[in-house]
Design a protein around this ligand. Sequence first.
Ligand code: AP5
Ligand code: MG
Length: 220
Amino acid sequence: MRLILVGAPGAGKGTQARMLGEQLQIPHISTGDLLRSAIQRGTLVGLQAKAYMEAGELVPDPIMIRVLEERLREPDCANGFILDGFPRTLSQASYLNTLLERLQTPIEAVVSIEVERDVIIERLSHRLICPSCHRNYNEKTDQPRVQGVCNVCGSGLTHRLDDDAVTVMHRLDVYLREIAPLKEFYRVDGLLRSIDGNASPQVVEERILASLPGTARTKG
Ligand code: AP5
Ligand code: MG
């Protein structure tokens, strides 16, 4: 299936996309992770994106569109994918529609994970990430088996540079500025579902699965 997850910073898009990706056996595509990895590798996209990300600003649409299009061309996307962090603007949404219409593989559902602001701030102040495989953790609610070490690949865990309190506030403002027209775009198409994300990751996953169209809940 082809699914989009939207939600504020810290709403749990990455957490849910990882769990749903395993459940539905389709790739989790996080544009934030793609950009962080481009920064680590010192690519041109990484150099272009770095200052925007550190300031909590959106990376310009033309860069994002190139990044996404390249990723969607990879063979593992043939049977579907979960988009996490894309689209974020109306122009990205409209580009995605045009691209997927051309390929005759339209988006099947858009799930908005709704979480209260104080919960978000609490979650992000305790988030840890693996800079190698991008698995996320939480110092309070989702600790790694060995302190400071990724369960999946054994790399050392770090905090994200844009998770400091001031940048989180700015990212939330940016999100609030963009999200209403984006949701309206998908509501008009009948694709939008809103899910209460103030629950454990397992409960949120069940809510998302229950909201998906019947055929989309199965693998592929
Ligand atoms: P991105 O990486 O997409 O960041 P974001 O949207 O701000 O979202 P986060 O990754 O912070 O939160 P999340 O919803 O994934 O939460 P998570 O699952 O980690 O983008 C970063 C930057 O890249 C942007 O600011 C922008 O600069 C740029 N960018 C990316 N895409 C772009 C685009 N399309 N256009 C332009 N610019 C773009 O969970 C958070 C924490 O909570 C974790 O610790 C987790 O363990 C915990 N947690 C999760 N779920 C639960 C739960 N149910 N209960 C308790 N704890 C939970
Ligand atoms: Mg994320």
